[in-house]
Design a protein around this ligand. Structure first.
Ligand code: RP5
Length: 162
């Protein structure tokens, strides 16, 4: 049964939410409905299995998965669904997210994860990229995305100030 959310945002822990919220926020700004869930590859493997297995039939078009440290969530969800998966490396306390980045980006050939930057910028860009995927098939959303980018451009002053 399809729900209204088009983008699924999942994360390995509650502690990832301050980062992953940036994806949810930009999608909301663009009028794209998303859902956010805590789904841990290690701590809730059954929840991950169920989430990935039902994602397409529930109407999701893209999944954004954020995790930190031994960040297996994006790769595991990509292994269980052929929906596009974007991975966000969450900044970890011990290794500043380099561990997360390498865990997510080094997928074996055949199971792709589109990997974004570490941290808030990566989550924001994952939201924008997911919206761009939907916008390829939705002219109204494409116009809203263009407007969003134009507004961003308009905020950048040409001259630096003290
Ligand atoms: C990962 O371990 C999560 O994605 C999180 O980034 C990290 C730490 O989780 P907590 O110990 O804060 O729950 O699975």
């Amino acid at each position: 049964m399809a729900g209204s959310a088009k983008i699924g945002i999942i994360m390995g822990s509650q502690s990832d939410w301050p980062t992953m919220k940036h994806a949810a926020d930009v999608l909301a700004e663009l009028g794209v409905e998303s859902e956010a869930k805590i789904v841990s590859a290690h701590r809730t493997p059954r929840r991950l299995y169920d989430y990935a297995g039902t994602a397409r039939e529930r109407g999701l078009k893209v999944i954004i998965a954020g995790a930190g440290g031994a960040a297996h969530l994006p790769g595991m969800v990509a292994a269980m669904t052929s929906l596009p998966v974007f991975g966000v490396p969450v900044k970890s306390s011990s290794l500043s997210g380099l561990d997360s980045l390498l865990s997510i980006v080094q997928m074996p050939g055949g199971i792709p994860v589109g990997t974004l930057a570490i941290g808030d910028a990566g989550a924001k860009n994952a939201g924008l990229l997911a919206a761009a995927v939907l916008a390829a098939f939705d002219g109204d959303l494409a116009a809203r995305l263009d407007d969003w980018r134009a507004a961003q451009t308009a905020k950048i002053d040409e001259d630096p100030t003290d």
